[in-house]
Design a binder for this molecule. Structure first.
Ligand SMILES: [Zn+2]
Length: 445
């Protein structure tokens, strides 16, 4: 290890140990960040966010040791674009990673993993592949980058968080005495919904309709095109299948926490649970779908973050936070400077007055002219203004009655999107295998 890295790691270990409060004496382990992204996970389907069904007992227990952010917005409602924003702290309009354009992260853009590796952290990701395939550039900064679809033991979209934890286990054991950054991702909750019969029954004791237990992407396409008309009870059945998959991912999350505890790396680590986007269930027509609209059901995500020593345990933050604020927040917690590139700013988890601007810009991969800008109160999207405080389901355009916020939002959207000079796109080097994976996930025809 280079001398400067060693100095940083020692300083960070001391810093985090000092921050640990009651567990300070136990927190001599080196710093670590474990970032878990459960793809397509809506916050309002977790008990921690008020959901009445038992989808998430382990996540809810973890929440009690963590800070919960109630209003977190992704930059895009699709996997690659959103994760690229999460790792680079750039809106989708700037980072260049796109499935629609078949382009990778632009050269020269620095990622969270790169910054942590430079800071002396071991880095690894175990993920579901597909839109996270290394050809799109999100492997930048990871010494180990394994996608479920690199191996033949899982169908695309059918990997589980439990499997990802198992894949990560040998690596975690190998770095047990060193600083590390682990990024885990799973498509377990992503469509198709293929829950076990037991889990489905737990979410839906009775269903007398005609839909199958497993909800395929083809069926969802037929529903969303109008070819298959839902009958009473069918929508609830589809949601139950989605919820049952959350319950399974919750079990995998519990296995991860148990493993970290066994390795002595839980107490002193930062552990983050989030997602890349939500999932629509009929709010604006589509069912079991994401990727093509910027309504809240597609862009709101959970964010639950455990600090070293469970500092600020049980705290909840109500203010709007963007996923692009996550990378600067993690660097700030570790005492590392953020690069000039970052658009996001660190969150004050103690709940102080937010320094960061309240504007969240989101966009749709493949639709460069479609963008939304959101504050805690308002959203400007497709020429309509929504009053989120009085109309959280975004059903009424109130632009005419509120010209001032409309003009401010529109101006801010143009300013943010136009704030950087954009380099040309970089083609993603792909083989037929990746295209097949993306096809299986419903992303390309
Ligand atoms: Zn996704």
């Amino acid at each position: 290890m280079a001398a400067s890295r060693l100095a940083f790691v020692l300083a960070t270990t001391a810093l985090l140990g000092a921050a640990c409060g009651r567990e300070g004496s136990k927190s001599q382990a080196p710093p670590a960040v474990i970032l878990v992204s459960i793809d397509s996970l809506r916050p309002d389907h977790l008990g921690s966010y008020g959901y009445p069904k038992p989808t998430s007992p382990r996540i809810d227990a973890f929440r009690r040791e963590s800070v919960l952010l109630r209003q977190v917005v992704a930059s895009a409602p699709s996997t690659l674009a959103s994760h690229a924003s999460m790792f680079t702290s750039l809106p989708i309009q700037h980072h260049g990673a796109s499935v629609a354009a078949q382009s990778a992260l632009r050269p020269g853009i620095v990622t969270l993993a790169e910054l942590l590796r430079r800071g002396g952290f071991e880095t690894a990701s175990f993920n579901g592949g597909g839109q996270l395939h290394r050809s799109f550039g999100l492997d930048r900064g990871f010494s180990v980058y394994q996608s479920a679809t690199d191996s033949s033991d899982a169908d695309i979209g059918e990997d589980t968080l439990s499997q990802q934890v198992e894949r990560a286990r040998p690596w975690l054991e190998s770095v047990r005495s060193r600083p590390f950054f682990l990024f885990l991702h799973t498509y377990e909750v992503h469509h198709p919904y293929t829950p076990s019969p037991e889990r489905l029954r737990a979410m839906e004791p009775s269903y007398s309709g005609t839909l199958p237990a497993a909800i395929s992407i083809r069926l969802l396409e037929k529903i969303n095109s109008g070819e298959h008309v839902l009958r009473p009870g069918d929508l609830e059945h589809i949601v139950a299948a989605y919820d049952a998959e959350i319950a399974s991912a919750d079990e995998g999350f519990g296995e991860l926490l148990a493993l970290l505890r066994r390795l002595g790396r839980y107490d002193s680590s930062i552990v983050v649970l989030t997602s890349d986007h939500g999932e629509a269930f009929g709010e604006h027509g589509e069912v079991g779908w994401h990727g093509d609209a910027l309504y809240d059901e597609q862009v709101r995500v959970p964010l639950i973050l455990k600090l070293p020593g469970a500092r600020l345990a049980g705290r909840a933050l109500e203010t709007q936070v963007r996923l692009i604020d996550l990378a600067p927040s993690l660097l700030s917690l570790l005492g590392l400077p953020a690069p000039e590139q970052f658009s996001g700013v660190p969150v004050d988890f103690a709940g102080g007055a937010p320094e960061h601007p309240p504007w969240c810009v989101s966009g749709i991969d493949g639709q460069p002219n479609s963008a939304a800008v959101r504050t805690e109160r308002w959203k400007w999207y497709e020429g309509r203004l929504y009053d989120l405080a009085h109309d959280p389901r975004e059903t009424r355009d109130v632009a005419k009655a509120n010209p001032e916020p409309q003009q401010a939002l529109e101006a801010r959207l143009l300013a943010i999107v136009g704030s950087r000079e954009i380099a040309p796109l970089t083609p993603a080097a792909q083989d037929g295998d990746v295209r097949d994976q993306l096809k299986a996930l419903g992303y390309v025809d």
